[in-house]
Design a protein around this ligand. Sequence first.
Ligand code: GTP
Ligand code: MG
Length: 203
Amino acid sequence: VIITQGKYIASAVQVEQYPEDKMKEIVFMGRSNVGKSSLINSLTRVKGLARVSGNPGKTQTINFYELGAKLEDREDRIDFYLVDLPGYGYAKTGQENRKRWAKFIDEYLLKSQQLQFVCQLIDSRHAPMPSDVDMFNWLVKHNLPVLVIATKADKLGKNALQKNLAVIRKSLGVPDLAVLPYSAVKSEGRSELLDVIGDVLVQ
Ligand code: GTP
Ligand code: MG
């Protein structure tokens, strides 16, 4: 799969603000600062498309990016959305904010007819936090297909990475779960993720 374009389309906190054009959606979620926006930029190769920040809580809305994909054995281009969600488990947002967050994100995740799968990003350097485990279980409970991605893989050596991938699988309660290591810095995992996206685009 070759990505031919990436552009920002819309930000939403309610249904009326979702883009009017309906296309397949691939969603990115994870704790604040885990690297969601960086992954979107590395996937599209458009620098600064999604805002990256050292301060957790940068992304506060559901952000839609339109991408074009050129598949090997097809002439036409297939357009789809990458959807960047606000991080969860961000302490500073406070109780009231968290409730609001949960509501508009839940609404999106449960009602979208175009959602293909959710990429749940977990920091490869640490064991999943309780909020990661809760979110994973919530997605599974609601029959949303999940691809777990272990981010910032460049920060670990090979052996440490393998060890932590096993910890992630075990903590999520699925010992044989496929976890995709990803580095936005080195573009590691990019072609594997594009293959998965390509598969759902031709379905
Ligand atoms: P929120 O929008 O606040 O929820 O954060 P986010 O999940 O979108 O994270 P973001 O992409 O803004 O990245 C957070 C920090 O991690 C930034 O300082 C990035 O430069 C850094 N980062 C993200 N991905 C990688 C990676 O693959 N490797 C390394 N070394 N750093 C990364
Ligand atoms: Mg972000």
